[in-house]
Ligand binder design. Structure first.
Ligand code: IMP
Length: 203
């Protein structure tokens, strides 16, 4: 059964703890009708949630803890890092701040291109950890997408490092794919697929 045909009998209501509209769109496209998503705006959570952990798991959990403890909702959140082999796994959990504090996606992409200039080993992977807090219990789901860092940007879809990341087996970057196409093969898509399967077993 594919994710698009998933059967969840009772509706599950979850807050998705993100302010990233691209992530929200990608995830909403992947969830079956049985999972209803509330946004941080919907629950009146407008404050910035500081991501202070040194692991993806830790940061994803900070976001769900914030919603669970402050607002009392079942919720999920993702944290994602780009792990580049030639940089010994960097920037990883620090992917949002690779070029410094308060930088744009483009600043991070430009720094990556310049760090890898002349580098033959272009191998990289995206890794997502989804934290789920549901009915008093904590769960984690991981998704990985292996690929390569291109030498220049291509495409204008998506966000973050999408214009320079080509997934293995493809001839185009994530930024040259629709969000549906990206969601079927991406790190976040795979982690969300596991979350959906979890609910298929439970409700
Ligand atoms: P976050 O902490 O999960 O929001 O992710 C950290 C950084 O990784 C983001 O600021 C983006 O630059 C990058 N990132 C996360 N997910 C993706 C993705 O799906 N494609 C490209 N870049 C991403």
């Amino acid at each position: 059964m594919t994710i698009f045909e998933s059967k969840i009998n009772d509706t599950v209501k979850l807050v998705f703890a993100t302010n990233n509209q691209y992530k929200l769109r990608e995830v909403q496209e992947l969830l079956p009708e049985g999972i209803e998503v509330l946004t941080l705006q919907d629950i009146g959570c407008h404050e910035e949630i500081e991501e202070t952990a040194s692991t993806l798991e830790g940061n994803a959990k900070i976001k769900t803890d914030h919603v669970k403890n402050g607002y009392g909702y079942d919720c999920f959140a993702d944290d994602t890092g780009l792990e580049v082999s030639a940089l010994n796994g960097a920037p990883g959990v620090y992917s949002a701040r690779y070029a410094g504090e308060n930088v744009t996606f483009d600043d991070n992409v430009n720094k990556m291109l310049s760090e890898l200039r002349g580098e033959k080993n272009r191998e990289a992977r995206f890794r997502t950890v989804v934290s789920l807090f549901w009915k008093g219990k904590q769960y984690f789901f991981e998704g990985v997408c292996v690929g390569r860092i291109e030498e220049k940007k291509s495409g204008d879809q998506g966000f973050g490092y999408d214009p320079i990341f080509t997934p293995e087996g493809y001839q185009k970057t994530f930024a040259e794919m629709s969000s549906e196409e990206k969601g079927e093969i991406s790190h976040r898509g795979k982690a969300i697929q596991k979350l959906v399967s979890f609910f298929e077993d439970k409700v």
